[in-house]
Design a protein around this ligand. Sequence first.
Ligand SMILES: Nc1ncnc2c1ncn2[C@@H]1O[C@H](COP(=O)(O)OP(=O)(O)OP(=O)(O)O)[C@@H](O)[C@H]1O
Ligand SMILES: [Mg+2]
Length: 258
Amino acid sequence: MISLQNVSKFYPPTQKGGKPVLAVDDFDAQIEAGEFVCIVGPSGCGKTTVLNMVAGFESVSQGDIVVNGVPVRKPGPDRAVVFQQPSLLPWMTVFDNIGFGLTLQEGRKTRSHDKVAKIIEIMGLKGFENHFPYQLSGGMQQRAAIARALITEPQMLLMDEPFGALDAQTRTDMQKFLLTIWDRLRPTVLFITHDVEEAIVLADRVIVMTPRPGRIAQVIDIGLGRPRNWDMVLSPEFLRYKKEVLHILRPPHSQTAG
Ligand SMILES: Nc1ncnc2c1ncn2[C@@H]1O[C@H](COP(=O)(O)OP(=O)(O)OP(=O)(O)O)[C@@H](O)[C@H]1O
Ligand SMILES: [Mg+2]
C-alpha cells in the first residue's frame, strides 16, 4: 500500500557553491495495508525526511513513492500526519480543532457533531470541548491533535515522534490508546521514534536506519503477540529484540563515539 522504491533525497546546498546534502539514500520498503511500521534511527539520519516524502510535503530526488498504486506528488486526505509538537489552531476550541478536517471533508454539520463528540469521549477529552489549546496540558493537546488526525478515518497515519515530548506515564497511556485505535480502525501506520522500546512495543516491523545519509540498516519483524501487554517489556523475548535493535544502532566498535 505504501511503496518506497529506491528513494533518495538530496537537499539543495545551504550555501552558494556548497554541495547538496544527501539526506536519504536508496530507501526501499513496502508497507502493507493495515500494517504498523516503526522507523528508528539516530538524530539527523533522515527519518522526518522519509515521512515528509510519504506525506507529500517533500519531493523525492530519485526513486518513487507509490501509495495505493499512485505516485505521491502532494499531500492528500488519505494520509493524516501527526507532528512531534501538537499542531492545533490556537484560535479554535478543542471541538472545532478536532472537527476541522471533517467539516472540510463532509460539510454535514449534524453528523460531524456526533462524530466529534464521540472521539472526544474516546480520547478522554470530555469536558474540555470548549477549551482552547493553551488551556490544555501538552498531553491533552497531543491527544486532540491525534483525534483530529483520526476523525477522518484516514487509511494512513504518518506520525513523527508524536509522543516525544510527553512524560513516561502519559507516553505509555498514549501508546496503549494508539494501539486500541489502530486495532479498531486498522489504518496503515508509519511511526517514527527515537525510542527503541516504543518501536518494539508498537510495531509489526521495525526499520532501523543508519546515520546520515539514511539507509535501511535492517528490518526486524516483531513477533510479539497482540494485543500487546506492557508487562512484556521485561520478557526475554522483548529484551532480545531490544538488544538486536540497539546493536544495529550502536555496534560494539562504535560505542565510544556515543
Ligand atoms: N529543508 C532542509 N534543507 C536542507 N537540509 C535539510 C532539510 N531538512 C533536513 N535536512 C537535513 O537532512 C538530514 C536529515 O534530516 P531529518 O530531519 O530527516 O532527520 P531526522 O532523522 O528526522 O532527525 P531527528 O531524529 O533529529 O528528528 C539532516 O542532515 C538535516 O540537516
Ligand atoms: Mg525528525
